[in-house]
Design a protein around this ligand. Structure first.
Ligand SMILES: Cc1cc2nc3c(=O)[nH]c(=O)nc-3n(C[C@H](O)[C@H](O)[C@H](O)COP(=O)(O)OP(=O)(O)OC[C@H]3O[C@@H](n4cnc5c(N)ncnc54)[C@H](O)[C@@H]3O)c2cc1C
Length: 356
């Protein structure tokens, strides 16, 4: 595939991608001249050869050849334009709390919007935040300002940009419920403003999983809390619940599978079903289906991408045999060109290629 094609498809979430088999350290796509030009720009940090097994939330993955961390939309735009000129594929990540990286790492240029891109303002009921704002801090600040509607976000460890892209949330709610507008940069360097409807929010999805654009900031409107102490109590309750139910000590990517309505109605949520299939504690290499919550796969140390793909496919196969329902992964696999794909699809393909 040419890098031009890769640039066009790099953020499509629902295509089945080939599992990359080439060795780590495969030919670089980012020319040294581009790295030099990026390093010469103001308003961003450039990190060459980032070890994803140290950086990523799951502590899994190879090396990302070049990661840039812009501090402003202007710097981000310059990065996009330089990458376009050099015909290099680009991908965007937040805090990687939903991502399984390829063992061979990433040859695309990775844009990380995190703490260095995290301005936030509250005026009355309106809240504005940049894509890199840390969601638990966002929820705390909004609650402290006497607003409500953010309780369900307590303890979700990603960025605002990642959460909007995923329409993440809890208690059957999503971040999109209170969004007024989101601003996003396309691969030509043009900014677009989306209202809530245009964002196409549905359960754990949004238009940003399809349109290859990078969310830079968003504005929300929250309700005035009738009882601020009650909002704080509810957030505390949610946090305590998460601490009790979710594995805290070992690296993981949150719930691996999304809830399936048919499965839920007849058998319960994915974690309970996986547990009933007797899979809690099943391990491969360094990866293990959590003893605490069966919808989590934890890295006990040294887990590889293949270990996780194996367990994802094992879970799906067993759940399908026991219930007739297909689980779909919330976690995304990121291939060497920085393209995203639901992890269960890649897991199936991996299993077909690796079981004789
Ligand atoms: C312990 C744990 C608990 C979790 N609990 C929950 C939960 O209760 N509810 C829930 O919904 N999720 C949960 N998650 C998953 C995760 O936190 C969310 O999906 C989160 O929104 C991802 O944010 P991120 O910054 O880590 O994004 P990443 O994982 O880095 O990226 C996720 C997707 O968002 C895209 N993206 C990131 N930033 C941008 C941007 N600026 N513009 C466009 N696209 C972007 C990426 O390209 C990628 O496709 C949990 C994860 C963990 C580890």
């Amino acid at each position: 595939m040419s890098t031009k094609n890769a640039q066009v498809t790099n953020r499509v979430h629902d295509q089945t991608l080939p599992v990359q088999n080439s060795a780590p350290g495969a030919a670089r796509l980012i020319p040294p001249a581009l790295v030099e030009r990026l390093q010469a720009l103001n308003g961003l940090d450039v990190i060459p050869d980032l070890d994803l097994s140290r950086f990523s939330r799951w502590k899994i993955g190879g090396t990302a050849d070049c990661v840039v961390c812009p501090r402003s939309t202007a710097a981000l735009r310059e990065v996009i334009l330089l990458a376009r000129e050099a015909d290099v594929p680009v991908t965007v990540i937040g805090l990687t709390t939903n991502l399984l990286f390829a063992q061979e790492g990433i040859r695309a240029l990775v844009i990380h919007l995190g703490p260095q891109f995290a301005g936030m303002r509250i005026a009355g009921n309106r809240v504005w935040g940049q894509a890199g704002v840390w969601v638990p801090g966002f929820a705390r600040r909004v609650a402290k300002a006497g607003l409500s509607g953010i309780e369900h976000l307590a303890g979700i460890p990603g960025t605002l940009g990642g959460l909007i892209c995923m329409n993440g949330g809890s208690q059957r709610k999503g971040i999109g419920d209170h969004l007024v507008s989101a601003t996003a940069l396309d691969m030509e360097g043009t900014l677009h403003i989306y209202d809530r409807e245009q964002c196409g929010f549905a359960y754990r999805t949004s238009v940003f999983q399809q349109n290859h654009q990078i969310i830079t900031e968003a504005e929300f409107e929250y309700e005035t809390a009738q009882d601020t102490a009650a909002v704080r109590r509810e957030m505390k309750r949610i946090l305590e619940d998460r601490r009790r139910k979710f594995p805290q000590k070992l690296p993981n990517c949150g719930s691996v599978f999304v809830s399936n309505p048919a499965l839920y109605a007849s058998f319960g949520p994915p974690g309970a079903v996986i547990e009933k299939c007797g899979l809690k504690g099943t391990a491969r290499g360094g990866a293990e289906i959590s003893h605490l919550h069966a919808n989590f796969i934890v890295n006990r140390g040294g887990a590889t991408t293949a270990d996780v793909l194996y367990l994802i496919d094992l879970i799906r196969t067993r759940v399908q045999q026991e219930t007739g329902c297909d689980l779909e992964a919330e976690a995304k696999y990121v291939d060497a060109l920085g393209r995203f794909s639901p992890a269960h699809r890649v897991a199936r393909q991996w299993a077909q290629e690796n079981t004789a």
